[in-house]
Design a protein. Structure first.
Length: 182
């Protein structure tokens, strides 16, 4: 298994009757393994994103926290794709409900500390092999709140996907600010 600076190569030998997840991470040459029929090699160049957003709103942080847990009224319907739902508990789903049992699992709630921290981990709706985490920290500031959102992830992302991701998350924060300032 090698991880050079410009990409990653993960090599393993497919063995009949042995699931790949149980194979040793470093395998001998396929010609040395009895019954090995092929060599599996996966190569990719992982991309990462790391976006921090600060938003100041003139409402108490409990109201901001509650809005994060009930995103349906304010979360933008990007490209007409369903309503965003949060199951407000650790392990709860964060998903886009398109009705009739259809939708997209965006992630799972990984931290829920009212009214201070809300965090989700998962693909966040990105296609391909991607992992992401979104954490929001709410701090009181006078009669208002400072929301600091950190969105981090990595995986198989091209430049267009990264641009779309940034535009969509800008829209999310703008919609939240508009909703809270009503």
């Amino acid at each position: 298994m090698t991880f050079p600076d410009r990409g990653s190569t993960i090599g393993a030998v497919a063995q009949p009757g042995v699931p790949m997840r149980e194979a040793a991470p470093v395998m001998p040459d396929p010609s040395d393994v009895a019954g090995a029929s092929e060599r599996l090699e996966i190569t990719f160049v992982p991309q990462r994103f790391d976006v921090t957003t600060e938003l100041r709103v003139d409402v108490v942080r409990r109201r901001v926290f509650d809005a994060l847990l009930q995103p349906a009224p304010w979360w933008p319907r990007i490209a007409g794709r369903g309503t965003v739902v949060v199951e407000p508990r650790v392990g709860g789903r964060f998903y886009r409900d398109c009705g009739d049992g259809c939708g997209t699992l965006l992630g799972h709630v990984s931290r829920l500390i009212p009214p201070e921290i809300f965090a989700v981990q998962g693909s966040l709706g990105l296609e391909g092999i991607v992992w992401a985490a979104w954490q929001v920290h709410l701090a009181p500031l006078g009669r208002g709140t400072v929301l600091t959102g950190v969105l981090r992830g990595f995986g198989d992302l091209d430049d267009e996907t990264r641009r779309r991701l940034l535009a969509e998350w800008d829209a999310v924060y703008a919609a939240l600010a508009e909703y809270l300032n009503r």
